[in-house]
Ligand binder design. Structure first.
Ligand code: URA
Length: 222
């Protein structure tokens, strides 16, 4: 499964344990979402981005250094994606990598069952640049309905060199749906593929074992 990359790094897996643990409070939950976004973006950049050489003047001599050579667009899928993307954005800030950030406010309308409607109340995403790399931060690829909707609405998505999904948890159901819609050129980074209940989902579309409602846990609304 070259298109699905499960990041096994024990630091990231330790963060996943904290996010899964039901006694983690919302402050800690948000903090760990930010860490996950930071470290997962570090991994994604290392595996997916081209680089170029630049001149660096050290105290003793001029040498060549390496920087990211990509036009990156990071997309926040609200609301749970907010702290997650904040971490992802910070790692690019550290290396002063210029990029754009799009914001999507999406909500699942749960009617029971897996075919849920996605309500997008705000979609502020700039046009994709020629050969750009788009990274969509959605912590929970459950039914993948939200991501399908977001990608379908991306302006000029055919210009993108790569579209990447960055998620904490995913399911066999969600991965299958993304493959059906976009083929294996879409890369999905995740910390685990949960396989409980039926294809990783309960009857209301929640990931099993999962971590609960990510937005509620991050923002203390439970
Ligand atoms: N969204 C969540 O927050 N949790 C799930 O388990 C599925 C979707």
């Amino acid at each position: 499964m070259k298109d699905v990359i499960v990041l096994k790094n024990p630091v990231l897996q330790g963060i996943l344990n904290v996010l899964r643990e039901k006694s983690t409070d919302s402050t800690d939950f948000r903090r760990n979402l930010r860490y996950a976004g930071y470290l997962m973006t570090y991994e994604i950049v290392g595996r997916e981005c081209d680089t170029k050489n630049i001149d660096v003047s050290t105290v003793f001599e001029d040498i060549k250094g390496v920087i990211i050579d990509e036009r990156i667009l990071q997309i926040i899928v609200m609301r749970a994606g907010l702290p997650f993307t904040e971490g992802g954005s910070r790692v690019l800030d550290e290396v002063k990598s210029k990029r754009e950030i799009g914001v999507v406010d999406a909500k699942r309308i749960e009617k029971g069952g897996l075919d849920m409607e996605i309500e997008i109340s705000s979609f502020k995403v700039p046009e994709i640049k020629e050969n750009g790399i788009v990274v969509i931060y959605d912590p929970m690829v459950a039914t993948a309905s939200t991501i399908v909707e977001v990608i379908n609405r991306l302006p000029n998505k055919e210009r993108a060199k790569k579209i990447i999904v960055c998620s904490i948890l995913s399911t066999p159901y969600g991965i299958m749906k993304l493959r059906e819609n976009f083929g294996s050129s879409l890369h999905i980074y995740t910390l685990a593929i949960d396989n409980g209940a039926k294809d990783g989902l309960d009857e209301n579309g929640y990931i099993v074992p999962g971590l609960g409602d990510c937005g509620d846990r991050a923002f203390g609304t439970y």
